[in-house]
Design a protein around this ligand. Structure first.
Ligand SMILES: [Ca+2]
Length: 438
């Protein structure tokens, strides 16, 4: 920086040879007498101003220094106070730390003592445990010898058992071989026995059924016919008789029949009845062979049953008749029977007696005919078809008790009629029955 740029030396002539301010001032004071008075005055004024400025500057510097000293003193005071406070606090903190240290030491020492006691206790426990385990180990060693010896024994017996099992296995295998060999024969025998057993069961069942029938027949007095039935055992009972099981031959299946127990001393097996027209009698051969209707109502017992019941002994036949006026009559024949199927159930009757007239004699020795089985003597026509019935037709009829049932007594050859009683007039009631000859 050059002096020209400073405030205090701006009007002093620049002397390049002298860079110092003090030599410049020296050159000013060396020339006061020869220079113009005006210039001197100016110089004096300038010097005075400079001095004043310098004085002000110095005063300011001194003031600043004093101010600074005051501040420094104040700061020193404050710092001393702070130092004292800090020292005081430090002392207090130190005291507290010491107290804490003492407390901590006490606590630590007390804890350490407790832990020491516990450790001592643990050490004692461990010692006692050690002793226990040593004892235990000794015992284990002693026991293990016993166990070993027992194990050896068990092993020996186990080996023995394995040998036994092997032996049993071999025996079992041999047995299995034998069983397999025998099983086929056994199965075949078993099947045979099963068949025999089933047969036995069937036999027993059949025997049981027979036994039940026999017992029933024994209980009921095994009636062979309607002469020996007991009214107590009637399945259905009414004023003239009832429906019974009879046993024509002991051990045979029973035959269900209606027995007339009243007419002329009773004992009659009824095999035909007309009474109200509820049953259809215009039927084929098989129906007449096997029978139809209910035993105590309109019915036909069946040619085969009549044949079976009359084939061995001597029977009498009775025919009861009633017209729509309520007049009754009867016909009675000795030596009644029906031939076998091979003879088309030919009718055989003997001597007649009665009140209705003999209208069966023309039919004696005639074969039975139905609409589908023409066994009569009318070669060009069928009597059964013409007269709407089934009967022992000749070249047709003197009686037609299986003809058409009319609800009045009209005159009609197709009707239920008996020529000796009402010629061809329709009858209201008819019954045909037989019993053993006296
Ligand atoms: Ca014919």
């Amino acid at each position: 920086m050059s002096t020209a740029e400073t405030g205090f030396y701006s009007e002093i002539p620049d002397n390049p040879s002298k860079s110092n301010a003090l030599p410049a001032n020296d050159s000013i004071y060396e020339t006061p007498c020869v220079q113009q008075k005006k210039l001197e005055d100016t110089k004096d004024t300038t010097v005075r101003g400079g001095l004043i400025a310098l004085a002000i500057f110095l005063a300011m510097v001194i003031g600043l220094v004093v101010f600074g000293l005051v501040i420094i003193i104040q700061l020193q005071g404050e710092m001393r106070i702070m130092k004292e406070q800090l020292e005081h606090q430090e002392n207090q903190s130190f005291a507290r730390l010491k107290s804490l240290e003492e407390n901590a030491s006490q606590i630590i020492y007390s804890n350490l003592d407790e832990q020491q006691i516990q450790i001592n206790q643990s050490v004692e426990d461990i010692s006692s445990l050690n002793i226990f385990y040593e004892n235990l180990a000794m015992r284990v060693i002693q026991d293990s010898e016993e166990v070993n010896s027992k194990l050896t024994e068990v092993q020996i017996s186990l080996i023995q058992s394995i040998d036994d099992i092997s032996s049993v296995n071999r025996s079992q295998q041999q047995l299995m071989k034998l069983v397999i060999q025998d099983s086929e024969a056994f199965n075949s025998k078993f099947d045979e026995q099963q068949i025999q057993l089933n047969q036995c069961i069937d036999d027993v069942s059949s025997l049981n059924s027979s036994h039940q029938q026999f017992m029933k027949s024994v209980i009921q007095g095994s009636p062979k016919n309607c002469k020996t039935v007991n009214r107590e055992y009637a399945k259905i009972s009414n004023t003239t008789g009832g429906v019974f099981d009879i046993y024509p031959e002991l051990g045979d299946n029973p035959v269900e029949v209606y027995c007339d127990l009243v007419t002329d001393g009773g004992g009659w097996i009824v095999f035909q009845r007309r009474m109200d027209g509820t049953e259809d009698f215009y039927r084929g051969w098989n129906d007449y062979v096997n029978g139809f209707g209910e035993r105590d109502k309109e019915m036909w017992l069946g040619l085969e049953k009549i044949h079976q019941l009359t084939k061995d002994e001597s029977f009498e036949l009775r025919i009861n008749l009633e017209d729509f006026n309520g007049t009754t009559s009867y016909a009675n024949y000795r030596n009644f029977s029906i031939a076998s199927a091979s003879e088309n159930y030919t009718l055989l009757v003997g001597e007649y007696n009665g009140t209705s007239g003999d209208s069966l004699a023309p039919h004696n020795s005639m074969r039975f005919s139905t609409k589908d089985s023409d066994n009569e003597r009318w070669l060009s026509r069928s009597c059964a078809e013409e007269l709407r019935g089934g009967w022992w037709y000749n070249d047709c009829q003197y009686s037609n008790l299986n003809g058409v049932y009319y609800q009045d007594g009209r005159n009609d050859t197709k009707s239920v009629n008996w020529f000796g009683f009402r010629k061809y007039q329709a009858l209201k009631f008819t019954e045909m029955m037989f019993r053993k000859n006296e």
